[in-house]
Write a protein that binds this ligand. Sequence first.
Ligand SMILES: *Cc1c(COP(=O)(O)O)cnc(C)c1O
Length: 350
Amino acid sequence: MAGLALAADATNTRPQTLGKLLALSREETDAVGNVGKTYRWAVSPYYLSLINPQDPQDPVKKMCIPQAAELMDETGTDDPMAEEFTSPVPAVTRRYPDRLIIKVTNQCAMYCRHCQRRRLIGEVDRATPRVQLRQALDYVRKNEEIRDVLLTGGDALLLNDELLDWLLGELDAIPHVEIKRIGTRTLVTMPMRITDRLYKIIDRHGPIYINTQFNHPLEITPDVEAACRKLVRTGAALGNQAVLLSGVNNDPHVMKKLNHLLLKCMIRPYYIFHAKAVKGTAHFRTKVEEGIAIMEQLRGYTSGLAIPTFIVNAPGGYGKIPMLPEYLVSYAPGKIMIRTWENRILPYDN
Ligand SMILES: *Cc1c(COP(=O)(O)O)cnc(C)c1O
């Protein structure tokens, strides 16, 4: 997979290649080189092809091409969710009683400019060593309350087929693991990763839930539809975890369109995440109110199926918190006041 990525390298010539392909200005090309010294970049040729070079505000471009703003962020921190402090064994993050995350690689098919785990993206691609994976599996085995194991990274589908097959098989063999989840952006950035071999692996190890991260309608292409059709035939359930990004999707119409297109691909909108204060991503951050306004303009206006939950991650690793418009206006003995999607305030016997 690494061979497919158009990556920064020591000769520092590749920003020029990118500049030519996208008709970048001299400043933009220099920014790619400069930012690349601090924050790694790589774009799959497929994802690059979704950019319209004529559009200076192209949302796909904003998500994958480094901008000077990444180096001007004085506010964020590297690990606002304190994932490193909720890690009982290497590669595992556990924050909840019945489920946990195993980080299986630090590699991705594309390094998102808004990445929330950019602290883990190094110069070197590294699948989590087999000894650490075994430690993680032992931890799951010993803790019988874990019923849901989420493989993520990096991008869990950047693992090679053999390793993925082995890992899923090991999890199948643990009786209390009821479901497995795979976190991957390859459906968005490299849909050709969904090969016939991968199809067979996913098919073999159900029940599997695959969560991906589409952020903009332009990311949904015929290649994506084909990959989703294939995955759905395995019985896998597909979900989307969008990130609310300024200048990309902080607009109710864009979000509604995205969710409609996802449902056509059999992907259920699951979460919209408020962008956390990760260093180098300040230019993407929105106000929480923008997310709540989007939720307000989905409920009632479109199918409940197209409405995800808007989430703020508590600082310090204390978990996901849903942010909702207020529909319960007031309490009184025996009666509450409720607000409808059309803003009617009505009494309701309680
Ligand atoms: C998000 C997350 C999960 C999964 O949470 P769900 O709300 O069940 O999707 C599990 N563990 C950690 C540490 C998480 O951050």
